[in-house]
Design a protein around this ligand. Structure first.
Ligand code: AHE
Ligand code: ZN
Length: 380
């Protein structure tokens, strides 16, 4: 198949809010610095649903969604040096070229090598590798497009992993788990003995709990309005669970409740928004500790929404931060995450609550909103 177009099945998003259409598409061979990948496992993330809803300013239709995936390199384009056919990879929506000023900085993972074309749904040369049976072009998504049997990505948008590592677990490292775990370890740099509050007990929030636990935080408070999440929260490392709908006394707010749970009443050392709700984002900042508290925004807010804060909360020494992909440099730091998993610090399989056939992909979007789902994975 090398050098030739491949015909395969993909789930095409033709319009916002319409089911994906599973159909035969053509995947062109990889061009310079590109690789063509056979997807082995892909999971579904809320961002796929967000873009399908039409709310993403970068959402383009038709496109092939999906960005949390592992695969096997089928063929490589000219000038690709880091991959050979047969290699196992994780796709990276946050690339790592190693050469841009962002990659060279130890303080950020926000590589710019392919980000601008990625946001326009095209490969770095400005063209696409997908077309449907009518010959119409189909956009790429987040530099990955994993809801297809085959995809083409930039070589900087993938990391090679050991073939012995289970590919369903590997897929999860492509987005949510890495995002949460990295947010705790890198963005917040949670310290031993500290207090942590996490808003939203989905896959990302539970991965934050894993990171906080790995750092031996002494108090890890999970906040969620779904009482069924309490067991998960505990299993993933939370020491406390607060349901703001039922656990607040009269005249108590979630902010005052969290402050009262902190050792001396002055607030929580590290707080995390894993909801995308802008009110939660400001609550998280206000609940962080006077003088030294750090609050990290992870959730993606709806387009046009604004998070705001009374500047007093910053004047009095709190830091408001945000993170993408947990601040993790996908190519140079992936092995450490896999090692952390092997060392028992980072759960992976436990995040897979649902497994489906690729043909059931539209049902998987439904799963995501049921509150009993962390991740649905598909094997191809
Ligand atoms: N396309 C949106 C932005 C969406 C967004 O913020 N995405 C998160 C990742 S969500 C993972 O499921 C992110 O990391 N963004 C950084 C980046 O480079 O995209 C918009 O508003 O235009
Ligand atoms: Zn995602």
């Amino acid at each position: 198949t090398e050098g030739k177009p491949i015909e395969c099945l993909a789930a095409v998003a033709y319009e916002a809010n319409k089911p994906l259409v599973i159909e035969k598409i053509t995947v062109e061979p990889p061009k310079t610095h590109e690789i063509r990948v056979k997807i082995l496992d892909s999971a579904l993330c809320h961002t796929d649903a967000y873009t399908l809803s039409g709310a993403d300013p970068e959402g383009l239709f038709p496109c092939i969604l999906g960005h949390e995936a592992s695969g096997e390199v089928e063929s490589v384009g000219p000038e690709v040096t880091d991959f050979t056919p047969g290699d196992h990879v994780i796709l990276l929506y946050t690339a790592e070229c190693g050469e841009c000023s962002f990659c060279k900085s130890p303080d950020t993972n926000l590589c710019v090598a392919v980000r601008s074309t990625q946001g326009k749904g095209v490969m770095p040369d400005g063209t696409v590798r997908f077309k449907n049976s009518k010959g119409e072009p189909i956009h790429h998504f987040m530099g990955c497009s994993s809801f297809s049997e085959y995809t083409v990505v930039a070589d900087v948008s993938a990391v090679k992993i050991d073939k012995s590592f289970a590919t369903d677990k590997a897929a999860l490292l492509g987005c949510g788990v890495t995002t949460g775990y990295g947010a705790a370890l890198k963005t917040a740099n949670v310290k031993e003995g500290s207090s942590v509050a996490i808003f939203g007990a989905g896959a990302v929030g539970l991965a934050v709990a894993q990171g906080a636990k790995a750092r031996n935080a002494s108090k890890i408070i999970m906040i969620d309005t779904n009482p069924n999440k309490k067991t998960w929260a505990t299993d993933f490392g939370a020491t406390d669970f607060v349901n703001p709908l039922t656990d607040l006394k009269k005249d108590e707010t979630i902010v005052s409740k969290l402050c009262s749970m902190s050792p001396d009443g002055y607030g929580i050392d590290y707080t995390f928004d894993c909801t995308g709700n802008v009110q939660v984002m400001s609550d998280a900042l206000m609940a962080s500790r006077r003088g030294t508290g750090v609050s990290v925004i992870i959730g993606v807010a709806k387009s046009g929404e604004v998070a705001s804060i009374r500047p007093f909360f910053l004047v009095t020494g709190r830091t408001w931060k945000g993170t993408a992909y947990g601040g993790i440099k996908g190519r140079s730091e992936m092995n450490q995450l896999i090692q952390d998993h092997k060392d028992g610090k980072l759960k992976l399989s436990e995040f897979i609550t649902h497994r489906r056939k690729f043909s059931e992909i539209n049902e998987a979007f439904h799963d995501l909103h049921q509150g009993d789902c962390l991740r649905t994975t598909f094997s191809f």
